[in-house]
Design a binder for this molecule. Structure first.
Ligand code: NAD
Ligand code: ZN
Length: 351
């Protein structure tokens, strides 16, 4: 697998210009962004590309998960063709996970694949969706059902952009950040507990550390298992219940990181019930999530439906749920045969 650089920091302008100048790309480029981000950042990114010698077109999609669809993809292919892109034209994703997944899907499929550059603007996109190479659009019958594995050629994370991100979206990203500590790195967990204030205040040093460490952990896990055979499954910690909660609330009440937070509380409680961890670890999970303004329980969900949804999760194979459970802070295991009774008890405790 070809490697690529992830640049994290402030004032990345020169780095970005130099990167584009150094590539052997065609002159036409497409910047894909959404209606919230375009007025804030699209012109300055276009200016950087102009300075690097490119003729870039800005394509703006409506903000929101609805845009991750084949019909929106089609409008983007049209714009790419009309602007005159060819096989060596770069496509730049400037936005959160929605833009990144959609633009990556376009880049993977347009002319059987064109150069793809990620400029993630949400914390979730920086710590999660822009790393690992999964790109996708949704189908009316399910999320992320149509997609590919497609790596970017570079990722640029400009931390200045965090300043305009709504605080709720910061917490969303922190849900996944906390996940990395619990599944992989006790020291990182400790860092998060000791720097909560700096993180919530978006202090540059703390932001750089949590983003860099999250990317490292995800890249480490993914590089050992790019196509999700085994290890990559640990990234799904908190997601089995989280996805069910998102679905039962029609993706309208909790955003992804919030649902994952509740799912991690559930997975911790289940680990405790199975005797894998002490109550103290469950409490530490709840404490850190609460301090980062994340929910611990889901309102207005039906326990029976949550239980059924678990078996319809994309990652459930042959009716067997692969539970990612905690053995300690920083260590997980995967269990297939968890007693129904314990799962049902756990669900009731997170509603
Ligand atoms: P998003 O892209 O919808 O962004 C959240 C909101 O913040 C949007 O309204 C967006 O316009 C706004 N926004 C983003 N950056 C901003 C900024 N700097 N200033 C002001 N507003 C800004 O959602 P998200 O949480 O970034 O990503 C969620 C998506 O990511 C989902 O579709 C999910 O499936 C996907 N995802 C993919 C992977 C993967 O591995 N590919 C992993 C996790 C999540
Ligand atoms: Zn997630």
């Amino acid at each position: 697998e070809k490697s690529y650089n992830i640049y994290i920091g402030h004032n990345l302008e020169t780095t970005i210009i130099d990167f584009f100048k150094a590539q052997k790309y065609s002159q036409k480029a497409l910047i894909i962004t959404d209606t919230n981000i375009a007025p804030l950042y699209a012109d300055s990114v276009k200016d950087l590309l102009t300075k690097a010698g490119f003729n870039a077109k800005i394509a703006i999609i409506p903000a929101g998960e609805q845009s991750k669809s084949l019909s929106v993809a089609e409008t983007l292919y049209t714009q790419a063709i009309e602007h005159g892109l060819d096989r060596k034209s770069p496509i730049i994703a400037l936005g959160g996970g929605v833009v990144g997944d959609l633009a990556g899907f376009i880049a993977a499929t347009f002319m059987r694949g064109v150069p793809f550059i990620q400029m993630p603007t949400s914390l979730l996109a920086q710590v999660d969706s822009s790393v690992g190479g999964k790109v996708a659009v949704n189908h009316a019958l399910g999320k992320n059902l149509i997609g590919a594995f497609y790596q970017p050629q570079a990722v640029f994370m400009d931390l200045e952009m965090m300043k305009t991100l709504p605080t709720r979206e910061i917490s969303t990203g922190l849900g996944e950040v906390i996940k990395y500590g619990f599944i992989y790195d006790h020291n990182f967990y400790t860092y998060l507990t000791e720097h909560q204030q700096e993180i919530l205040q978006l202090k540059p040093e703390a932001l750089i550390h949590i983003i860099a460490r999250s990317c490292e952990i995800k890249a480490d896990v993914v590089s050992k298992d790019e196509c999700e055979a085994g290890l990559r499954a640990i990234l799904n910690f908190g997601h089995t219940l989280g996805h069910a909660i998102e679905k039962e609330t029609n993706y309208a009440v909790y955003n992804h990181g919030e649902a994952v937070a509740i799912g991690m509380v559930g997975a911790s409680k289940l680990s405790f019930k199975l005797g894998l961890i002490s109550q103290d670890v469950v409490d530490k999970m709840c404490q850190l999530l609460a301090n980062m303004n994340l929910p611990l329980k889901a309102k207005n969900c039906n326990a029976q439906k949550i239980y059924q949804d678990i078996f319809h999760d994309k990652k459930t194979v042959n009716g067997k749920v692969n539970w990612v459970l905690l053995e300690d802070i920083g260590k997980v295991c995967i269990k297939k045969d968890v007693p129904e009774k314990l799962v049902k008890e756990t669900i009731l405790e997170i509603l």
